[in-house]
Ligand binder design. Structure first.
Ligand code: SAH
Length: 407
């Protein structure tokens, strides 16, 4: 079946742009963002998705090509560096193909869920494409993609052989009135029999609500950490803090955990966690605890509860620059609370997904605050992104995870 056009044909212009010297240096290094105040010359006004051609100030040759975003302080999102090429169907085909090849080792495992396009890191800023079994979920964070959507959706569907394509829109796109009548949760192709899709992650069954779930329904980025926790969990008692739909909990149960407690502030998330655990018919006991993580952990400490493995994977605490200090304090508190809940010779797993708190700082804070509780520890491992979340620029790196054995 051929995919019909999703949006009407949208004409794009080419805009010639020159930058301040500092911004030019960043572009030469391959950084994909050009802020509005870096632009010193622009020949015409631009619309969302127009091609922004960046010329070298002195030599006047083409340095890079991007998509113009009049509504964002990041005015141009670069997609092509150094070489001047046509941005057409072949260009997109190549990008999708390169992205797919990068993920191929993952697809040889017993996994049928993966991120095929990770925004800037796959040369498509603000564009996410995740696959859950035979459902492709596209999430857009900017208007710049609408002129290219018909072409890209066709290419992505063909590459993934998905039977259904679902569109998700960022909150800011949802509240905008120029989305060509496209809406969040729209089925663009095929049929969606159920909002909840069951998929496999290293042999473990899981489900995600692709219409209402966070992001595209699930957090694929932690796949290798979940596998790892699963492998460590045999006969163990595990606490999964900020469990959401139970990513770590389900892997722990599937790995033979004796008991798993999933803690989250959202009752709804915990109901999903219960359903997800049941998909794998676990032998261990699964309980859920609806609580604020800080209060809930304090309570468990008071009750003298101890766990062989404690996983703490909070949401991003620093969405803005101004929140960095508070975020660091929260990581410190979590490390301290977590350490007090780990049984002798047990493992504490601490994760952060705030790109504004760099890995080095996060690990330093975590380690300092485990020590403050009087526990000595060994670092087992530090991990970063799984292979379907490549990193191409500093801001693209957000996920870090430390494994500590506490004596
Ligand atoms: N660890 C999860 C992802 C965590 S997402 C996984 O592997 O998939 C963040 C979760 O933190 C959400 O489910 C949200 O409900 C929860 N959350 C946010 N603030 C919280 C708080 N103060 N206490 C407990 N849970 C919280």
């Amino acid at each position: 079946m051929h995919i019909m056009n999703i949006v009407p044909e949208i004409k794009t212009n080419r805009i010639a742009i020159k930058l301040r010297p500092i911004a030019e240096k960043m572009v030469k290094r391959g950084h994909p963002w050009i802020f509005e105040d870096s632009i010193v010359k622009q020949n015409i006004e631009g619309n969302a998705g127009d091609l922004a051609i960046i010329y070298d100030h002195k030599k006047n040759n083409i340095m890079a090509i991007g998509l113009y975003d009049p509504q964002s302080p990041i005015r141009v999102k670069l997609i092509q560096f150094r070489k001047a090429v046509q941005i057409n169907e072949d260009w997109f085909l190549n990008k999708v193909n390169e992205a797919y090849i990068l993920r191929s080792p993952l697809l040889e495992t017993d996994t049928n869920s993966y991120r095929l396009i990770f925004g800037e890191n796959d040369h498509m800023p603000g564009f996410i494409a995740d696959v859950y079994d035979t459902v492709l979920v596209i999430k857009l964070y900017s208007h710049i993609w609408f002129p290219y959507l018909n072409t890209i959706v066709r290419i992505l569907q063909k590459q993934t052989a998905c039977k259904t394509v679902v569109l998700r829109l960022s909150r800011s796109l949802q509240s905008s009135n120029d989305t060509y009548n496209l809406y969040d949760g729209q089925v663009l192709y095929g049929e969606l029999e159920s909002e909840v899709i069951v998929f496999r992650e290293h042999g473990v069954l899981f489900s995600a609500n692709v219409i209402k779930g966070h992001k595209t329904g699930y957090f694929l980025d932690h796949r290798h950490n979940r596998k790892q926790v699963g492998m460590l969990s045999k006969e163990k008692k595990v606490l999964d803090v900020f469990s959401y739909a139970g990513g770590f909990s389900v892997h722990a149960l599937a790995g033979g955990a004796k008991e798993v407690v999933s803690l989250d502030i959202s009752k709804h998330a915990l109901e999903m966690a219960k359903d997800n655990a049941r998909l794998n018919v676990p032998k261990g006991k699964h309980t859920v605890l609806v609580a604020d993580a800080f209060e809930g952990m304090q309570q468990l400490i008071k009750e003298k509860k101890r766990f062989d493995i404690v996983v703490i994977d909070p949401p991003s605490f620093a969405k803005r620059e101004s929140e960095i200090i508070r975020a660091k304090n929260s990581y410190a508190r979590l490390a301290k609370l977590g350490a007090q809940l780990v049984a002798s010779n047990g493992i504490l797993v601490l994760a952060s997904c705030s790109s504004r708190v760099i890995a080095e700082d996060f690990f330093e804070i975590s380690e300092e605050h485990i020590s403050i509780t009087g526990r000595s520890f060994e670092i087992i491992e530090k991990t970063y992104h799984d292979i379907d979340h490549p990193i191409n620029f500093p801001e693209g790196a957000y996920l870090k995870c430390g494994y500590y054995r506490l004596n």
